[in-house]
Design a protein around this ligand. Structure first.
Ligand SMILES: NC(=O)c1ccc[n+]([C@@H]2O[C@H](COP(=O)([O-])OP(=O)(O)OC[C@H]3O[C@@H](n4cnc5c(N)ncnc54)[C@H](OP(=O)(O)O)[C@@H]3O)[C@@H](O)[C@H]2O)c1
Length: 459
């Protein structure tokens, strides 16, 4: 399959296609962000990246730019061209129709509807196909898509900032700026290319973070924000709740407090699986929010495994759904906020209190997902089913430890800063000296006075 001979210039042009593919990482909904470069007589005559929202794919756009010059040219594509009819015709067909002479692919598509078939279709049309060019780099650029396709979960990055004395914060004082502005700008860029960001309730309460992208021009790329919050302790006055209508917030609460009740048969496997249109959970308004016919999760036999076909909402089947206004009389909203402030994030103690908290959170636009927050092996597939391909875990200490120990971290970004926290420090669950086995050091980067070390799981 794809056994054509690698030509000397192949890596150079594939590197260009991979660079191009990164332009829209995290902004192509459930479709992969693919780069395509069309080369004729050593010159690029067409280039494209999967459009924002996931459609059109890269190949037809690059072919349109190349026009007649595509005939006999070589196309470099970071992912095997699709061979199935979705909302758009197969890219393999378009490449054949334009008379492309040779196709160079970095990564073959694990999508069961495509895998090997795109290549076979091209070869059957007499096109020479070479695959596996810069495959490692190609896989990195497609990490979210490939992880969701092959493991039915998002690609998980754990990011931690550690002080010189090994701490990630100080108890009781809220957010401590451990790194400087350059490193923080870098984290903003990482958020912008990630589908969802997750913190524990400890961090949500102590730091009251916004978890959005605030880099000018990238604000619309804020990820969906997720809080592990077993007992709905997230304060109604928190920045997360107050901005939930602008950037989606999902609270992961214990099934025990589900209005359906665990005794009513809501085991950890019962999770939302309505494959909501991405608009429900998507980062901001996508230019062309697509349906999901390109979304393999809809067709995968194991997609949504452990998930019910019902949106588990306290008001499922009722008149008000999460994200919709109306559950709370606007007049009473301020009272509810006051109630949240008074409670200061303390978990509700009785059923009535829980019900009012649940109602108030939903009225504020927060979605509540009833799923054991201590079991990433259940939560992550549920997120994948919702189209989340990449997840950034930003702490705190307990949450980071949970994901590390459960073996669900694919990449670690460890920032080390010269700041000393001293007394009252919260110890980091991870130091540069105790990176778990199975992770390879990918690089060291300097941002001002801070140092970032990146590690990636090898298997
Ligand atoms: N420097 C950094 O990179 C960084 C990043 C984020 C936060 N922080 C700092 O970290 C501190 C908070 O850390 P933390 O460990 O106290 O809080 P955390 O990890 O944010 O949240 C832990 C809390 O959430 C609950 N929880 C619910 N589901 C959980 C799960 N799946 N895994 C772990 N805990 C879960 C725990 O309840 P139980 O205790 O009942 O189990 C615990 O109360 C803050 O001071 C913050 O400033 C630093």
């Amino acid at each position: 399959m794809g056994g054509g001979i690698v030509q000397p210039e192949d890596e150079r042009f594939m590197a260009a296609a991979i660079r191009l593919s990164r332009w829209h990482t995290g902004q192509t909904s459930t479709n992969p962000s693919v780069g395509c470069v069309i080369v004729r007589d050593g010159a690029i005559v067409g280039r494209a990246v999967t459009a924002l929202g996931g459609r059109p794919h890269a190949e037809p756009q690059a072919l349109a730019e190349a026009g007649e010059l595509a005939r006999g040219a070589t196309a470099y594509v970071t992912l095997e061209p699709c061979s199935h009819h979705g909302k758009t015709p197969p890219c393999a067909e378009a490449l054949i129709a334009h008379g492309v002479g040779r196709i160079v692919i970095s990564v073959t598509d694990p999508d069961v509807r495509v895998s090997g078939r795109g290549i076979a279709m091209l070869q059957a049309a007499g096109i020479e196909v070479t695959s596996g060019v810069l495959e490692e780099e190609g896989r990195q650029s497609l990490a979210g898509y490939l992880t969701r396709q092959t493991k039915n979960r998002p690609y998980v990055t754990l990011k931690l900032a550690v002080s010189a004395d090994g701490m990630i914060g100080r108890a009781g004082v809220g957010q401590v700026a451990i790194t400087g502005s350059e490193a923080r700008a870098q984290v903003q860029a990482l958020r912008a290319e990630t589908d969802a960001i997750l913190v524990g309730i400890g961090t949500a309460i102590a730091d009251d973070p916004l978890l959005t992208v605030r880099t000018p021009g990238l604000e619309a790329q804020s990820p969906v924000r997720i809080v592990l919050d077993p007992a709905l302790a997230l304060p109604l006055t928190s920045k997360l709740v107050e901005t939930a209508r602008d950037v989606p917030v999902i609270v992961v609460a214990s099934e025990e407090i589900s209005p359906l009740g665990s005794e009513e048969g809501a085991p950890p496997s019962v999770l939302p699986d309505i494959s909501p249109t991405r608009g429900e959970i998507d980062k901001g308004p996508a230019p062309s929010s697509p349906a999901s016919d390109d979304d393999v999760s809809a067709s995968r036999p194991d997609a949504g495994q452990g998930a019910s076909t019902q949106r588990i909402s306290p008001l499922v089947g009722g008149e008000v759904r999460s994200g919709e206004a109306g559950a709370i009389d606007p007049v009473n909203r301020s009272q509810l906020r006051t109630s949240g402030r008074t409670e200061g994030g303390t978990a509700p103690t009785d059923a009535t209190d829980m019900d009012s908290r649940r109602t108030a959170l939903e009225a504020a636009g927060v979605e509540i997902l009833y799923c054991n927050p201590y079991h990433p092996e259940v939560l992550l597939p549920a997120l994948a089913t919702r189209g989340i391909s990449s997840l950034l875990v930003e702490g705190g200490a307990k949450t980071a430890k949970l994901f590390l120990e459960a073996g669900f971290v694919d990449r670690i970004q460890l920032y080390q800063a010269p700041l000393v926290i001293g007394e009252g420090g919260i110890e980091s669950p991870l130091q540069a000296t105790d990176i778990p086995s199975g992770f390879a050091h990918r690089g060291t980067y300097i941002f001002g006075a801070d140092r970032l070390d990146e590690y990636e799981r090898e298997t």
